[in-house]
Design a protein around this ligand. Structure first.
Ligand SMILES: [Fe+2]
Ligand SMILES: [Fe+2]
Length: 293
């Protein structure tokens, strides 16, 4: 096996985008497939380029334990790290630059703006446009020193058995919770159909931004934010046994949002100068002048 440096071991991905690019391999755009535009390479799941992604999931699956999640929640949900205006927060987020491919990848803000613009173009409510604009704000966790596996990656419950439908689930064999009788049964610390609000998810950018936005947005918006990376449920239906009918109803919103996140990336940069007044009004309508991190 290739020897990796400490830093690589912490952060194997060249950039956070590598995880999202990999999602497109797993879940290609149905429209691309319908148009016959998908290529062999696109569908080739086992390629050497995937080694970094595989290593990323290995680290995520080993290290995201029930105790780890509780510890991170206790720390970050105090929101005592930083206070910034919304627009300074986007500048802060944009410090996350992509070393691996600076020419072709968009900065974080462009991805957010393309997502929100695609939602707006389809005539969805303005709070959903705001979800598009903010859904990845939680990636600032990287700038607070969190490793990639505690920021991005598919999200899934901890405190109960890991589903074999989670990508690279074989790596859970090295997660200590796998051998803890409190956590390794189907329901673990939870009750059947207890509702996702009672379930602890892996710690990452989704959970963080959900708590950040909780006081300000409607419930559908909060589900979109909190579960936008919960692919083991919204694509694989692996955790229905923990969900209520209300969760299932709200997951229609998650399913509505998801394609805008995955499939709205375009090399065409939106004209921010023209769009700015609309977004300033939108942000002022829902959010306070400063956000706590
Ligand atoms: Fe995301
Ligand atoms: Fe995203």
């Amino acid at each position: 096996m290739k020897k990796v440096s400490d830093n690589t071991q912490k952060n194997p991905l060249g950039s956070l985008d590598e995880w999202e690019d990999d999602l497109l391999i797993r879940y290609p755009d149905p429209e691309t497939i319908a148009a016959g535009r998908d290529t062999e390479a696109y569908r080739n799941y086992e390629t050497p380029e995937r080694d970094t992604v595989k290593e990323f999931y290995r680290l995520q699956h080993i290290n995201q334990t029930y105790d780890f999640v509780l510890e991170k929640k206790a720390d970050y949900l105090k929101f005592d790290k930083k206070e910034m205006s919304v627009w300074d927060a986007f500048d802060f987020l944009n410090q996350l630059v992509d070393d691996s491919d600076p020419d072709t990848d968009l900065d974080q803000f462009q991805h957010l703006l393309q997502t929100s613009e695609a939602i707006r173009a389809d005539g969805h409510p303005d709070w959903m446009v705001l979800v598009g604009l903010f859904h990845d704000m939680g990636k600032v966790l990287c700038l607070f020193g969190e490793p990639q596996w505690a920021v991005v990656g598919d999200s899934y419950p901890v405190g109960c058995a890991f589903s074999d439908k989670i990508v690279f689930s074989e790596f859970f064999r090295d997660n200590k919770d796998q051998y803890d009788p409190r956590y390794n049964t189907k329901y673990g610390v939870y009750e059947p159909n207890c509702g996702l609000d009672h379930v602890h998810m892996t710690w990452g950018h989704d959970e963080y931004v959900y708590h950040m936005m909780k006081p300000y947005l409607p419930e559908q918006a909060l589900y979109m934010l909190r579960y936008h990376s919960f692919y083991p449920q919204h694509r694989e239906n692996a955790y229905s046994h923990l969900m209520t009918p209300h969760d299932h109803e709200l997951f229609k919103s998650v399913a509505l949002f998801n394609p805008y996140d995955l499939y709205s990336k375009s090399p065409v940069i939106p004209d921010w100068k023209k769009l700015r007044p609309y977004y300033e009004d939108l942000v002022a309508k829902y959010l306070p002048s400063a956000l706590k991190f």
